[in-house]
Design a protein around this ligand. Structure first.
Ligand SMILES: C[S@@+](CC[C@H](N)C(=O)[O-])C[C@H]1O[C@@H](n2cnc3c(N)ncnc32)[C@H](O)[C@@H]1O
Length: 389
């Protein structure tokens, strides 16, 4: 991406001063690093102490632990921040949830922090919000846009998936990019639009950009051709050991809830069996499973319930070839779960990212499921921070 004649640092030299709200395991911070924006994260905020352990383990700084709702305008002013990055809870807007929007208690801290903007002596110049698809039709979205308009922000919104960036991973998400006037976007013709294409980030011209949901089968088929195969993201490429009904791992349990021990998950002799899908689950839930192969160019979104439930929580990997047609052949596929490292790879987290030893397998999947795609957020942040000359 060419950005030489565009400024993406303050005064050409000073780093932008950034606050990271709902920091989780630091997906936003990794995105900022990947975007090569001249920026410094002044503080991160999260209420979850395990997420904060992981963040501290990787960035050497423990986020401010507490409820974002209790922050005051004076607290925020103290940071003299230029940019706020926010990835608030998505449960109020998910299809699986009750879709209570702003009436859901989990939405209140987000609205509260936005409502502080006019009370700060130094309102942010840049704002970036990540959430699930569905947020854009919620009343929280309406309130957010109203606050941004009143406070002189210009916005561009996107719904994008890693598949649109060559990553074999379907995780469509909503993004709002906002700049306070007189700052402007590089492609100002998209102000106040919701785009389903990464065109402006890739310097595409107006004619090649899909403004609305031109998400035809042809469009997605074309994208898949340019995606890397899943095998490029795997840490463990061999077939699953002990893939038979006698494996000690195979619990006698056919409920959809997968009840397994959370224990330590080092690369020990149990490594492969730890990730094997029990044959009882394959028998009972095989038809509802999303099964992919190492050569596949697409897998489904990993949610925070991956490894606990099999239906709709993320793809399972076939480690042996088969026909995918009937249940008995499904068992021959020797299915396994993607490992947390592999999920992190599909989220484009750097190889240096690690979990502290004490974080259980379930917690790892939950934290990753709540996180974001660095492969999508990094180009969005680069676009946000780039100033036309
Ligand atoms: C969707 S996740 C964001 C994850 C993050 N972007 C990442 O890369 O891991 C939402 C995060 O907000 C935190 N959270 C939710 N409500 C909060 C609140 N009121 N105050 C502080 N943190 C909160 C949760 O603990 C969770 O880590």
């Amino acid at each position: 991406m060419e950005s030489k004649c565009f400024r993406n640092s303050k005064d050409g030299e000073q780093p932008w001063r950034v606050l990271e709200f709902y920091s989780g395991i630091g997906g936003m911070r990794y995105s900022l690093i990947n975007a090569a924006v001249n920026a410094v994260v002044l503080e991160a905020f999260d209420i979850n102490d395990v997420a904060n352990d992981v963040y501290e383990h990787n960035f050497g700084h423990r986020p401010h632990q507490g409820n974002i709702q209790t922050l005051s305008a004076a607290d925020i002013d103290g940071y003299k921040a230029d940019a706020w990055l926010l990835s608030p809870p998505c449960q109020p807007y998910t299809r699986q949830g009750l879709q209570k929007g702003s009436k859901d208690a989990r939405a209140s801290s987000f609205l509260k922090i936005l409502e502080l903007i006019p009370d700060t002596t130094r309102p942010p110049l840049f704002l970036f919000v990540e959430n699930v698809v569905g947020f854009e039709t919620s009343d929280t979205h309406e309130m957010m846009m109203e606050i941004l308009r009143k406070n002189q922000f210009v916005t561009q919104e996107f719904i994008l998936s890693p598949l649109q960036f060559g990553i074999p991973y379907s995780r469509p998400r909503y993004y709002c990019l906002a700049k306070r006037k007189p700052l402007t976007f590089r492609s100002a013709q998209h102000d106040n639009q919701l785009l389903w294409s990464p065109g402006p980030l890739l310097w595409q011209d107006e004619n090649t950009i899909d403004k609305d949901d031109d998400q035809s089968q042809e469009y997605w088929d074309g994208l898949l051709q340019h995606c890397q195969p899943i095998e490029n993201f795997l840490e463990w490429k061999g077939s699953a050991n002990g893939c038979d009904s006698k494996s000690s791992f195979l619990a006698d349990n056919d409920s959809e809830k997968v009840d397994k021990d959370d224990g330590d998950i080092g690369h020990n002799s149990d490594f492969s069996s730890q990730y094997l899908v029990p044959s009882s689950l394959v028998k009972r839930w095989g038809n509802a499973m999303d099964i992919v192969f190492p050569h596949s160019k697409r897998c489904c979104c990993f949610t925070k319930s991956y490894y606990r439930y099999v239906k709709g929580t993320g793809s399972l990997l076939a480690t042996k070839q088969g026909t995918e047609k009937c249940k008995s052949s499904l068992e021959e596929l020797c299915l396994r779960y993607f490992t947390p490292r592999e999920v992190a790879n599909l989220h484009s987290f750097p190889a240096s990212f690690q979990f502290p030893q004490h974080v259980s397998l379930r917690q790892r999947y939950a934290l990753l499921g709540n996180s974001l795609s660095v492969g999508v957020v990094a180009p969005l942040l680069q676009y946000l921070f780039t100033e036309p000359p």
